[in-house]
Design a protein around this ligand. Structure first.
Ligand SMILES: Cc1cc2nc3c(=O)[nH]c(=O)nc-3n(C[C@H](O)[C@H](O)[C@H](O)COP(=O)(O)O)c2cc1C
Length: 348
């Protein structure tokens, strides 16, 4: 796989700029507005004793949160990644890195080494796209994950983005067998993740026996890569117009989590895509997700600096704890067990 590095850097810089533009968010489409958590007026709890402790890929974790993988391609990229890694280390969040496609060819892994040293206790998730992995020998993948000393590899699926991206690679033939092969042979667990279009029950049924350790649904409702690539494409180009047609394409985050809960019993479910508050996180946990992630809001907070990032993370934790308290749940696992969510309750 040969890629033009300058083009790659430019594209990543564009992606950040367009991702921050509200027009490229599928706001209001996550399904979260129609999920209601039932209030408990008489919780048998003290707020101080609530715990966010959870499980991540089978290991105990201080919180059920993660920052979802983002490539940060401008000059500040390394700085932003390190800032997020430090914050995750402090607060006990997991963290995905953005696509490491470049590392499949480059030999230097110094920046990943530094990231791991900054966040020794963080569950760090490496990231590569399926359209690259179909043709990549396992040894090359192992080299990328070893550079980061990653705890897991996220294989990202981004069919809509690859189609809409003028220089995209919409080549997915052999993708299911590639997923199976990597899950069977890689030395660390695999997280299968979408990038904002979610998973249908049908896709999940096809994936049931593929062998991954967790699914990150990344559903419709937040950052929308069809819109972003459409915005990047030349005005009035075929992609720009198609992006408008497909502005609402995808399976919502709520539908994806429910489908995953049903299709993959016992599987660890990570939920992202339009999560914008600790209450959103609580709703997804109540629906069966074990872990809840944010991409764009974490990027925005990090761009405002280290203090702002920490405050934003504290806000998510406080809001999730509020949902625990007001549903009478001592932990996220209790929130999940208690049948606290009502769906179709109308906007809240
Ligand atoms: C600037 C930016 C870059 C991203 N780059 C990647 C990437 O390289 N690999 C990946 O799997 N997902 C990538 N994503 C997708 C996120 O991990 C996440 O699935 C998606 O943005 C939905 O979450 P959100 O609505 O909270 O932004 C990126 C998202 C953003 C905002």
């Amino acid at each position: 796989v040969t890629i033009d590095l300058q083009q790659f850097e430019d594209r990543k810089r564009d992606h950040i700029r367009y991702a921050l533009d509200q027009a490229n968010q599928a706001s209001g489409q996550s399904g979260l507005e129609s999920v209601h958590l039932v209030h408990e007026a008489l919780p048998d709890l003290d707020f101080e004793e609530l715990s966010l402790a959870s499980v991540c890929l089978g290991r105990p974790a201080p919180t059920p949160f993660y920052i979802a993988g983002m490539t940060a391609g401008h000059a500040d990229a390394a700085h932003l990644n390190l800032m997020m890694a430090r914050a995750c280390q402090t607060r006990g969040w997991a963290m995905g890195v953005g696509s490491q496609r470049r590392e499949l060819e480059a030999t230097s892994t110094d920046k990943w080494k530094e990231l791991r040293e900054t966040a020794p206790d963080v569950v760090l998730v490496a990231n590569l796209g399926i359209s690259q992995l179909i043709r990549t020998p396992l040894a090359q993948i192992e080299r990328v994950v070893a550079g980061l000393r990653a705890d897991a590899l996220a294989i990202h699926l981004n069919a809509l983005q690859e189609v809409m991206q003028p220089e995209g690679t919409p080549h997915f033939k052999g993708s299911l067998s590639a997923v199976r092969r990597i899950c069977a042979e890689l030395s660390i667990p695999v997280v299968l993740k979408e990038t904002g279009c979610g998973f249908s029950a049908r896709t999940l049924a096809r994936l049931r026996e593929a062998g991954f350790a967790a699914v990150d649904v990344s559903g419709l409702g937040g950052t929308h890569w069809g819109r972003i690539e459409g915005a990047r494409a030349a005005p009035r180009s075929i992609q720009a117009q198609a992006a408008q047609t497909y502005a609402g394409w995808g399976e919502t985050t709520v539908d994806s989590v429910r489908a995953a809960r049903e299709a993959l019993p016992g599987m660890e479910i990570w939920a992202s895509g339009g999560v914008r508050s600790g209450l959103d996180a609580a709703k997804l946990i109540a629906l069966g997700a074990q872990r809840v992630g944010y991409a764009k809001p974490a990027l925005e907070a990090a761009l405002a600096g280290e203090v702002a990032l920490d405050a934003w993370m504290a806000q998510q934790e406080y809001e999730l704890k509020t949902a625990l308290f007001c549903t009478g749940s001592a932990t996220p696992a209790e929130l999940a067990r208690g049948a606290h969510a009502v769906i179709g309750a109308g906007p809240r």
